[in-house]
Write a protein that binds this ligand. Structure first.
Ligand SMILES: [Zn+2]
Length: 343
């Protein structure tokens, strides 16, 4: 009887020992796997907020993936070829429009009346001010956010889309105002055909108070929030005081141009004006190193430039990826690919 108890106890102890050994082995294996995980995410995973914190730095170091230690690229993806034409150079939301690169009036988006967004948060000079709908949505969001922060409701949208006749009228009246001084006139009013307002992607803000008085919008004081944060809504302050030699237009704190994300955000993290940004993107050709950028929204993007090859240009893209192609209105195309979180 005692012997049987001893045998049973020995058996139980043996089982307990084996169980403990198994638990130890599993724990050790899990810990080892943990150690194999990197402590810090790679540079490309860092958020756009980091890039914003180090403002006014050239953007290359922060947004390109050049880590030689990076694991080898995943196996070649299935590709697709997208063909664009010479006329497409003048189409898309990223086109550069200035004196040297007039608008082609061939945009492929319909415009809507900004009054669609009618709101008590801000004002409209008039009904019938037309704008690209996706940009209008973001403009409305920005102005409502501004109103919610400050209670200020006197921002007045004074100009959006202009056709060429309207631009001509504005030009002629300014020329008269400056007594025929063409040089001064053209610092303030774009030559008809070369105004960003033709695109339906540019808007001018003014102020109109409750006493019916109008004021210039200067982007200062509480309005500085708009000029500093407009990139989050996809807009840039297009005509900077330090860049008048390159843009050909005087400082206009009231003129905002829609480019969408990530481009407005990348520009805001640099000192580039749009002319310089268009040039900068050419350093990321289809066949070379691409520009990688993580937005403050967490969305990851890959951007590259494809020069026009004449009548038709072929663009190689991973199959089934989310992308958009825009002409640059100079000499080629800008391709923006949205990367999936798990790629
Ligand atoms: Zn304007």
């Amino acid at each position: 009887m005692i012997r049987r108890v001893v045998t049973t106890l020995t058996g139980l102890l043996l089982i307990a020992f084996i169980a403990a050994a198994v638990v130890w082995l599993i724990t050790a294996a899990v810990n080892k796997n943990r150690k194999d995980e990197p402590d810090n995410p790679p540079i490309a995973e860092q958020s756009g907020e980091t890039a914003q914190a180090e403002e006014q730095q050239p953007v290359t170091e922060e947004v390109t993936q050049t880590d030689p230690e990076a694991p080898p690229a995943s196996p070649p993806e299935e590709m697709q070829t997208v063909t664009v034409t010479e006329a497409d150079i003048g189409k898309g939301i990223l086109i550069l429009v200035n004196r040297q690169h007039p608008y082609s009036f061939t945009s492929d988006y319909e415009l809507i009346d900004l009054f669609t967004f009618k709101s008590s948060s801000y004002k409209f000079r008039d009904t019938g001010m037309m704008f690209a709908p996706f940009a209008g949505e973001k403009l409305n969001e920005m102005l409502v956010d501004f109103h919610n922060r400050t209670g200020n409701h006197i921002i007045n949208i004074i100009s959006a889309y202009r056709d060429i006749d309207t631009q001509q009228r504005i030009y002629d009246s300014k020329l008269k105002y400056y007594n025929g001084d063409v040089e001064t006139t053209e610092k303030w009013v774009a030559v008809p055909g070369s105004s960003e307002h033709h695109t339906g992607l540019a808007v001018d803000l003014g102020l109109y108070d409750d006493n019916g008085e109008s004021y210039d919008y200067d982007g200062k004081g509480e309005y500085a929030w708009i000029n500093e944060n407009c990139w989050k809504y996809g807009f840039i302050v297009r005509y900077d005081s330090a860049k008048t030699d390159l843009t050909g237009i005087a400082y206009e704190p009231w003129h905002f141009r829609y480019l969408g994300l990530p481009h407005a955000e990348i520009i805001a993290s640099t000192t580039y004006c749009y002319e310089e940004y268009i040039d900068y993107l050419k350093s990321f050709p289809q066949s070379g190193q691409h520009l990688f950028f993580t937005s403050y929204t967490g969305e990851r993007y890959e951007i590259f430039y494809v020069p026009s090859e004449g009548k038709e240009t072929k663009i190689e893209l991973p199959k089934d990826c989310e992308y958009f192609i825009s002409g640059n209105n100079v000499d080629g195309f800008i391709v923006t690919v949205t990367l999936n979180g798990d790629s």
